[in-house]
Each structure stands twice: as structure tokens, then as C-alpha cells.
Design a protein around this ligand. Structure first.
Ligand code: ATP
Ligand code: MG
Length: 357
């Protein structure tokens, strides 16, 4: 049987709780498509930093490099701070170390679950935010210039970094058009105020001209915050720099019911890491009430990514099997996550999906 090696980094807070759920689903899917996922757990995270002084051990990073794909829970705890006073967030270190430059965050509404917006068109939200993961203001992380009465963080927008992320988004729109989706890319920036973002927009427009089949448009991030609530059904692929992507990905998760419904992939040219878009949710950790759907759907994204890299269509079938089982669990009303006013816990939702696999 074909084997795929998966590095598993459960992390902190609800990370290990939702990871357990996704691994059960993955094993069951493997049996259905005749593939074996060889999963190996590796330490990393804020608690690991407290226990050992290391947030991201070199051995964990090496295991991530060697694996076919990486499954990641969530990391960071509010009270655990590094020497510079900021939170210990090794997920950012992994993104930089493995050059996972594309943060891919799809959201869609699911039949059977309530939709926060009351407009009937809001039942058909299906969009993907592509976040630049390695530059922007996050580039300043750990490089801030501290003076007596002022602190400076520098924003970096490079030609190479922008070209690869806008190309990724344009290609994604082409792929989605083949699936019958609009195939439109909305570039989100603040080009009217910042030289760095005017440069970003110029590169977006240059690259867009190389993809004449893709509809493109520009938007300012403030207007985008408005329009994503007023008419989110009008969007298909959004591409934006690091910090705007950080903020807007939480906003789009809210459109479909909450962080527990938002999967993500951090993708580079050589490695792919898949994790829920949410954090460690310390407020609900340890209670068995986290919604595992985002983590389960992240495992499905991993299968889609692996299917292309390994030229193995069975893996894409596995992804569809997972999505169909999730959809059926909600349509049947067998479970409803607490984010939607239901009372299904992590184990209830996992069981409902497993039963339908
Ligand atoms: P990060 O800095 O890592 O992005 P965060 O501070 O933005 O983390 P999250 O951990 O994502 O915060 O949590 C935001 C809110 O969403 C919290 O109220 C949390 O309880 C809720 N939440 C996050 N994930 C889930 C989940 N899987 N199920 C239910 N609620 C969740
Ligand atoms: Mg967040």
C-alpha cells in the first residue's frame, strides 16, 4: 500500500484536541482510498518552550522538511512570552524557515448550518483569501528598532515576494474557473497611502496582464472590510499582503460561522503545512468543546495538495470523501457546533463525520 509521511505538530491549547479528531478521520479515509498515512508527532509550541526552552526544536523542523506534508494544530499561549516580550509563536518561524509563502484560507457556507448574515445570497459564500506569508509588516518581527520614545517596525514589499504570491492567486483563480467558479482575483491593498503598496499594486497589475482569462480588480483594505460584510458573495479569490491577510482571514471566517469552520494551508514551492486558521483558543481549551471542522477540512486541503504533488488522484478522492462526510453530518442535523448555538462537542462532531465516511 502506498505510504505518505505526515509530520504532526499538535501544539498548544485546543491544537491537540482538534488534531486527534483530524488524525482519526485521516486514518479512516486512508482505508477507503487504499493509502497509508504514516503520522509522527513532533514537539513544538509555547508549552514546549516552557518545558524545554525551545519553541521549535531543530529536530522538529528537520522532520517537517523530510515529511511529505505537515499537519499543524495551533501554537501559542497568552502568558508565555519570549525574551522580547512578544508571544512565543513558532508557527511564524516555520513559515519563514520552510518559505511557506502562500497562506491559503478558503471559506464556504455549509448547508445545514445557519449563516450569520441574513441576506439570502449569504448562503452561497465561497471564497479564498491568499495571504502573503513572509513579508509585509511581519518581516519586522524581531527586527523592530527601539528608541527611547519611539519604536519602528519596517514593512517589506519586494518584487520577488509579491510576484510569487500574486502569481499563486492568479493561478488559483484559473483552477477555480475550471471548476465552474467565477475565476476572479480581487487585489486588496492600501496603494493610495503607502509607497510599498503602490509598488505591490503595480506588480499585481503587471502579472494580471499575463493572465488575460482571469478577471481582476483592485480594492482598498478599508473598503474591503465593508464589502466583505455587505456583499461577500461577489468575491472569489482575494490576494493581499501579510497583515491585511491576518485580519481579513478572521473576518471571512466569521461570515461562515466562526474560526472553527476555517481551514488553511501554508504553501511553498517545496513544502506544505496545513492547519486550522484559528489559534489555540485558551478560553475553551481542555473542555472538549472545540469545533474540529477547521482542522478536519485542513486535512482535506492537505490531501488535495498532495494529490497534485504526488500525481495521485486517489488522494483528491480522499479530500472529496472528507468534505462530503462533513457536509452530510451537518445536513442531517446530527450535530451542530457550539459556535452555531448547538451543543455538539469535539468528539460528537468527529464521530458524526467518521460515521459518514
Ligand atoms: P491567533 O493569534 O493564533 O490567531 P487568536 O488570538 O486570534 O489566535 P483564536 O485562538 O483563533 O484567537 O480564537 C478566537 C476566538 O475563536 C476565541 O473566542 C476562540 O474560543 C474561538 N475559536 C477558535 N477556534 C475555535 C474552534 N475550533 N472551535 C470553537 N471556537 C473556536
Ligand atoms: Mg487570529
Amino acid at each position: 500500500m502506498k505510504q505518505l509521511s505526515i509530520a504532526v505538530l499538535p501544539g498548544d491549547g485546543i491544537g491537540p484536541e482538534v488534531m486527534e479528531s483530524a488524525l482519526q478521520i485521516l486514518e479512516a479515509v486512508g482505508q477507503r482510498i487504499d493509502r497509508q498515512f504514516v503520522t509522527q508527532h513532533h514537539p513544538a509550541g509555547a508549552q514546549n518552550y516552557v518545558d524545554t526552552g525551545e519553541a521549535l526544536p531543530e529536530s522538529t523542523l528537520a522532520a517537517c522538511r523530510a515529511a511529505d506534508a505537515i499537519l499543524f494544530g495551533a501554537m501559542g499561549l497568552p502568558h508565555v512570552r519570549g525574551a522580547d516580550g512578544t508571544e512565543v509563536i513558532p508557527q511564524l518561524d516555520i513559515r519563514f524557515a520552510l518559505d511557506l509563502y502562500a497562506g491559503v484560507r478558503p471559506v464556504r457556507t455549509w448547508p445545514g448550518l445557519p449563516v450569520p448574515l441574513s441576506d439570502p445570497r449569504a448562503t452561497a459564500i465561497d471564497l479564498v483569501l491568499v495571504r502573503e506569508n513572509t513579508e509585509g509588516l511581519f518581516y519586522a518581527r524581531g527586527r523592530g528598532v527601539v528608541e527611547a520614545d519611539a519604536v519602528f517596525d519596517t514593512q517589506k514589499i519586494s518584487r520577488a515576494g509579491t510576484t510569487r504570491i500574486v502569481d499563486f492567486a492568479l493561478k488559483l483563480a484559473e483552477d477555480r474557473a475550471r471548476l465552474g467558479k467565477p475565476g476572479k482575483v480581487t487585489n486588496v491593498d492600501k496603494a493610495n497611502v503607502f509607497a510599498s503598496m503602490a509598488f505591490w499594486r503595480q506588480i499585481f497589475e503587471e502579472r494580471a496582464r499575463l493572465h488575460p482569462g482571469v478577471k481582476t480588480e483592485n480594492a482598498y483594505v478599508d473598503a474591503m472590510a465593508l464589502n466583505l460584510v455587505l456583499k461577500p458573495w461577489q468575491y472569489d479569490v482575494l490576494v493581499t499582503e501579510n497583515m491585511f491577510g491576518d485580519i481579513l482571514s478572521d473576518l471571512i471566517a466569521s461570515l461562515v460561522g466562526g474560526m472553527g469552520m476555517a481551514p488553511s494551508g501554508d504553501i511553498g514551492d517545496h513544502h506544505g503545512l496545513f492547519q486550522p486558521a484559528h489559534g489555540t483558543a485558551p478560553d475553551i481549551a481542555g473542555q472538549g468543546i472545540a469545533n474540529p471542522t477547521a482542522m478536519i477540512l485542513s486535512a482535506a486541503m492537505m490531501l488535495d495538495w498532495l494529490a497534485i504533488r504526488q500525481q495521485d488522484a486517489a488522494l483528491a478522492v480522499g479530500a472529496r470523501v472528507i468534505e462530503t462526510a462533513v457536509q452530510s453530518a451537518f445536513v442531517s442535523q446530527a450535530v451542530r457546533p457550539r459556535e452555531f448555538g448547538g451543543n455538539s462537542g469535539t468528539a460528537d462532531i468527529t464521530r458524526a463525520v467518521l460515521e459518514r465516511l
